[in-house]
Design a protein around this ligand. Structure first.
Ligand code: F0G
Length: 458
């Protein structure tokens, strides 16, 4: 059959509050033109994130009822640990309440002032955790990853030559570990090939530098390898994931993505000394090592979800939803990152609103227009999120100005996508009238979450 259907039926529903244009205009103003500050009930289609927003399966809900809430050594912990070990092969598993807690423990333990941490592209919380303890977070994405139109299959790959230069420049003693983010969220959700993981590991091995995988979307990455990398078409996704993790020394994970759970994460590694140090901080910040930041029922839901994310039928459907959206937008002429990533479609704000300079945050102009037009909540991944300050304190724009339409897992149907396409088409037709925005208040860290904007003509 040509038609790919959702490989599930819907057993439970949640109402969507349909809003009017006037109500949306008022809500956006109240939220200081920052969609992070909107009430969720005022969003018809919420594509702010694919993190923690997925629908759980009946198997996950059933597993939650088996949650063993014992403080230490619960059955739920055993199931969680066994599943993570089965998939990753790592010797030590530490449960955390979400991905950034794992990043925090990793950074606080291993990153010193002056340390340099290369990555294909750091996610914002990873960067913030590294910088918070005085490290430098370096992005070494391959050049094709910076092009929004290059059709290369693995645009999330690390630039191996740049990694070699980085090690030569800073010296291996300054690099406590190197990271690879799969898929590469910040660079458009693009995949990393096994070949690239292998090459990165080979370089690191020569210098004794460990490799840590940011594994949030490891199953989507495994699916891309299955589809695009020579020799993997017949391998189960679990086997592909295991092969990737076998090349690494550790991983940070947000189970809110490919754990198909609403909360949770873990930090995993092979090194006994690391594990001991991580465990000490885990107890201080998160909880006893057999529950970390999680309830027993959360551990159960994640143990089931991690395996469901590796089911081929699920990934085929997941990819088909993204392709449905991206094909329609491409047919309308709307500039998006191509090929589309694994968890989201990214609009190219630079090309969509070329009249707005990076200093006027074109991504925010588009995000706010999508909300006003149809109650669609998206997120800017551009200069608001990633701009850096130069030595004079001037803002250096992000190389890419993107708007992310992140697709929650197993949540929206095809008619929701059709509505979304209609909203995007309407905004596209009005693109020349989108306003620039300026920031009128911002916090010191991770400003995109809470800063206040005003449209420039206001
Ligand atoms: N790494 C990557 C690549 C991520 O995308 C995220 C979260 C994290 C780490 C942190 O995980 O949220 O569980 O603490 N990304 C979400 C997003 C927030 O919307 O992309 P967390």
């Amino acid at each position: 059959m040509r038609t790919i259907i959702e490989p599930f039926r819907i057993k439970s529903t949640e109402s969507i509050h349909l809003t009017t244009p006037e109500a949306r205009a008022a809500a956006l103003k109240r939220a200081h033109y920052n969609v992070f500050l909107l009430d969720a009930k005022d969003c018809c289609i919420d594509l702010l994130t694919d993190s923690g927003t997925g629908a759980m399966s009946t198997a996950q809900w059933a597993a939650m009822m088996l949650g063993d809430e014992s403080y230490a050594g619960s059955r739920s912990w055993k199931r969680f640990e066994a599943t993570v070990k089965e998939i990753t092969g790592f010797a030590h598993v530490l449960p955390t309440h979400q991905g950034r807690a794992a990043e925090g423990i990793l950074s606080e333990t291993l990153v010193k002032p002056g340390s340099v941490i290369p990555n294909n592209s750091h996610f914002d919380t990873t960067r913030a955790n590294i910088e918070y303890v005085g490290g430098k977070a370096l992005n070494l994405l391959c050049p094709e990853g910076l092009s929004t139109q290059d059709q290369s299959p693995f645009k999330g790959n690390m630039d191996v030559a740049a990694l070699k230069d980085c090690i030569a420049k800073h010296g291996p003693e300054k690099i406590p570990f190197c990271m690879l983010t799969v898929t590469n969220n910040t660079g458009g959700g693009q995949p990393v090939s096994i070949q690239n993981v292998r090459e990165v590991k080979a370089v690191l091995r020569q210098h004794g530098i460990p490799l840590v995988i940011d594994a949030c979307r490891f199953a989507e990455n495994a699916f891309f390898i299955h589809e695009r990398e020579t020799g993997y078409a017949d391998k189960p996704l679990l086997e592909i994931a295991r092969e990737m993790f076998a090349l690494a020394d550790g991983a940070t994970m947000s189970c809110k993505k490919d754990g198909l759970a609403n909360i949770g994460g873990f930090l995993a590694c092979n090194d006994d000394v690391w594990a001991e140090q991580f465990r000490n901080l885990l107890i201080l910040r998160e909880g006893f090592p057999t529950y970390g930041g999680l309830a027993g029922r959360d551990l159960e839901a994640i143990a089931v979800g991690l395996k469901e994310a590796l089911e081929l039928d699920y990934q085929v459907y997941r990819h088909a939803t993204i392709t449905y959206l991206s094909d329609h937008l491409t047919a309308l002429g709307i500039p998006i990152v191509l090929p589309p990533g694994g968890h989201a479609v990214f609009l190219d704000a630079k090309r969509l609103a070329p009249h707005i300079p990076p200093s006027g945050y074109p991504g925010i102009g588009i995000v706010n227009a999508l909300y006003l037009e149809g109650g669609v909540r998206s997120v800017e991944l551009g200069s608001v999120m990633f701009a850096k300050k130069d030595a004079q304190g001037n803002e250096q724009p992000s190389p890419l100005e993107l708007v992310r339409l992140a697709i929650p897992r197993r949540v929206y149907t095809q008619s929701h996508f059709d509505y979304l396409i209609e909203v995007l088409e309407t905004v596209w037709r009005q693109r020349n009238r989108l306003p620039a925005y300026r920031i009128v208040w911002q916090p010191e860290f991770l400003r995109h979450f809470t800063c206040h904007f005003l449209p420039c003509e206001a």
